[in-house]
Write a protein that binds this ligand. Structure first.
Ligand SMILES: Cc1cc2nc3c(=O)[nH]c(=O)nc-3n(C[C@H](O)[C@H](O)[C@H](O)COP(=O)(O)OP(=O)(O)OC[C@H]3O[C@@H](n4cnc5c(N)ncnc54)[C@H](O)[C@@H]3O)c2cc1C
Length: 288
């Protein structure tokens, strides 16, 4: 339960943090809220020789609206996602999801950036980012920057598109139409638990029929899963029970959960479908 030895660095800017990560090499890790990294260090599942603390960098803070999108700094804490009036108005699914992450203590420390950059398939926000078609803004050494869609960022459990010495600086999320429907359904064993299965659904209606829909899943494979076909099958329907059942069947066909303390793979596959169907029904009821 005691981490190994490490050196602690506190850079004053993103540029300094990236330069430090580049010069210290593979033995260095960014430290944000510490609520995934420190437990892993205590279990000796991670043993970085250097921690580069980015948790207080002002450049990584802030939630703002910009050209039809909301841009959220990687250093924004999860409790801020719940408190933000801008997010409540524009992207209410983020508030609903953040309220289901762990407990207030974790949410006061854990950051949005740490949650999505870690590559933990159990984390809730990556699937929601995929559902929303978010883009991750990355900063690299020598002033370099690039953008990676959330839908292509995750490669395997704890393996992402992040290159050595790169930092996630912010996430840009296109604002859905005001009348969109949304829901994040999460089955968990108790308050504070990771998902046994969870589903994010976003949809829009036109004349009572689904005009667009997006379905994404948490903790049902090595990576979060955006299931394009499950969204497509809803288009043109009233998102009624029959349509939700078809979408759930498609989603179930895409998952590959392991058997673990949350249940055998067959059970987790079955409840994945239940989460998708429930999320569709709730999103439909919220769409104007
Ligand atoms: C008891 C407990 C229960 C939890 N339950 C849930 C849950 O139900 N759902 C859920 O989603 N999460 C859960 N979490 C995880 C929690 O949300 C973490 O805070 C979060 O996943 C990581 O954010 P952090 O800021 O603490 O990151 P850290 O722990 O500081 O970092 C995590 C990883 O991301 C890297 N990293 C951090 N920021 C950046 C960045 N900007 N750019 C590049 N790499 C970066 C770090 O190097 C590290 O590898 C739980 C945690 C605990 C302790």
């Amino acid at each position: 339960m005691i981490p190994g030895r490490y050196d602690y660095h506190r850079p004053a800017s993103v540029a300094e943090a990236v330069a430090l990560l580049a010069s210290l090499g593979e033995e260095a890790r960014p430290l944000a809220g510490g609520h995934s990294l420190i437990p892993m260090m205590k279990l000796r599942l991670a043993q970085p020789a250097h921690l580069v603390d980015i948790g207080r960098l002002e450049e990584l803070k802030g939630i703002r609206e910009e050209a039809g999108a909301v841009v959220i700094g990687a250093g924004v804490r999860q409790h801020e996602l719940i408190a933000s009036e801008l997010l409540a108005a524009r992207l209410p699914i983020l508030r609903e999801t953040a309220l289901l992450i762990a407990d207030p203590q974790v949410r006061y420390c854990g950051t949005l950036g740490g949650n999505v950059a870690n590559g933990d398939p159990g984390n809730d926000l990556p699937a929601v980012m995929q559902g929303l078609d978010a883009t991750y803004l990355l900063a690299g050494p020598d002033g370099g920057s690039r953008e990676v869609p959330a839908r292509t960022f995750y490669e395997a459990a704890y393996v992402t598109a992040l290159r050595p010495a790169e930092l996630l600086t912010a996430i840009r999320i296109p604002i859905p139409p005001a009348a969109h429907g949304w829901a994040y359904e999460k089955l968990k064993r108790k308050v504070g638990d990771y998902a046994t299965a969870a589903a994010a659904v976003l949809l829009t209606l036109e004349d009572g029929k689904v005009a667009s829909a997006s379905v994404a899943l948490t903790n049902l494979a090595d990576t979060p899963l955006w299931v394009e076909a499950a969204g497509q099958v809803l288009v043109g329907t009233a998102a009624d029970e029959a349509a939700a059942t078809r979408a759930a069947e498609i989603a179930r066909g895409r998952v590959s959960p392991g058997s673990d303390t949350r249940g055998p793979a067959e059970y987790r596959t079955a409840v994945a479908g239940v989460m998708v169907a429930r999320a569709i029904t709730r999103a439909r009821s919220r769409a104007a």
